[in-house]
Design a protein around this ligand. Sequence first.
Ligand code: KG4
Ligand code: ZN
Length: 362
Amino acid sequence: MTLLAIETSCDETSVAVVRDGKVLSNTVSSQIKLHAEYGGVVPELAAREHLRNLVPVTRAALQAAQLQPDQLDAVAATQGPGLPAALLVGFKAAQAFAFALKKPFLGIHHHEAHLYSPWIRNAEHHLGSEEADQTGRDGTRRSGFGTADFSSFQPNMSLIVSGGHTLLVLVESELKHRVLGSTTDDAAGECFDKTGKLMGLPYPAGPEMDRLSESGNPKAYDFPRPLLSDASDDFSFSGLKTSVRYFVRDHPDLLKEMQPVRDLCASVQAAIVEVLVAKTIRAAKRTGVRCVTASGGVTCNRTLRRELARACEKEAFTLRLAERELCTDNAAMIGILAERKLLAGIKPTSFDEEIKPGWVLE
Ligand code: KG4
Ligand code: ZN
């Protein structure tokens, strides 16, 4: 089956073409630079950018896959959750495309797609953090040729950590999952971004905190590990943010030099990572699964990747981390899940259906 997928739930316009579990192309146009000026994603601007970019990004994805629209068997798009105006652009365009092609259409839950992105492997190249050489002059990233490796699928504990969400999900089998916990307030990425902002770092602060932390001392300052010993699988990060706010207020001179800032970044990051890793491993042990997966923008974080690897090694768990370029939002994961669903006999989504901005994964 050859399928085109569109993702526009937040600030990334992405279109992918998948065929029989292979990602033939995955084109992503990120709006990070546009929103950085405002210190966060501006929904109206995001929607306008999606409108501007969707056709060229779709063309680029088809061209990279060396396909014509009439060779597609189905079209999919993110139906929710996400920013309403942003979702509308990709979802309605995908419905119209499918309608015109007389092909089935499938609306996909963005987080359900994240659950399967760790199973997609880049067969031809590992981009790592060196994505620059894959970025076109227009800022569009092109990649592809990954394969969804479901032959090695195992029941797993899946951590989804992004700027908007922190979820712990038990994936019992393919297409069968149960959400065990989520954040009661701020998401992990939001905590990185907001505490980084308090230190004067530009938006989004997560990647910069990751970079600065590499030469910082994670034990320099002691911050709370919220809900670490709580019995639930939920997370909470707003208390940590508040304690960083007071700390910065009470030590204003600290931000005047680089080393204390690096130490502060490393200390805050250590608190976030310890909670994420400890609760994920604990939930895996409790439920008896022997595999951990992680995806979402924060999964790019080097300390999180290292600590998850260390903890999984200790427990002899298999660890599947989404490749860096598939951690952040992308249409490849939407396409891979949509294809699996259609092959599993799940019926297409009606052309009358609307976006579901507040769709909660269950
Ligand atoms: O998944 P994503 O691209 O977008 C959504 O929020 O849906 O995630 C973006 C989030 C931001 O909060 C960003 O600061 C964080 O992921 N992030 C990181 C790193 N790279 C991205 N946080 C910590 N360390 C990183 N290396
Ligand atoms: Zn996402």
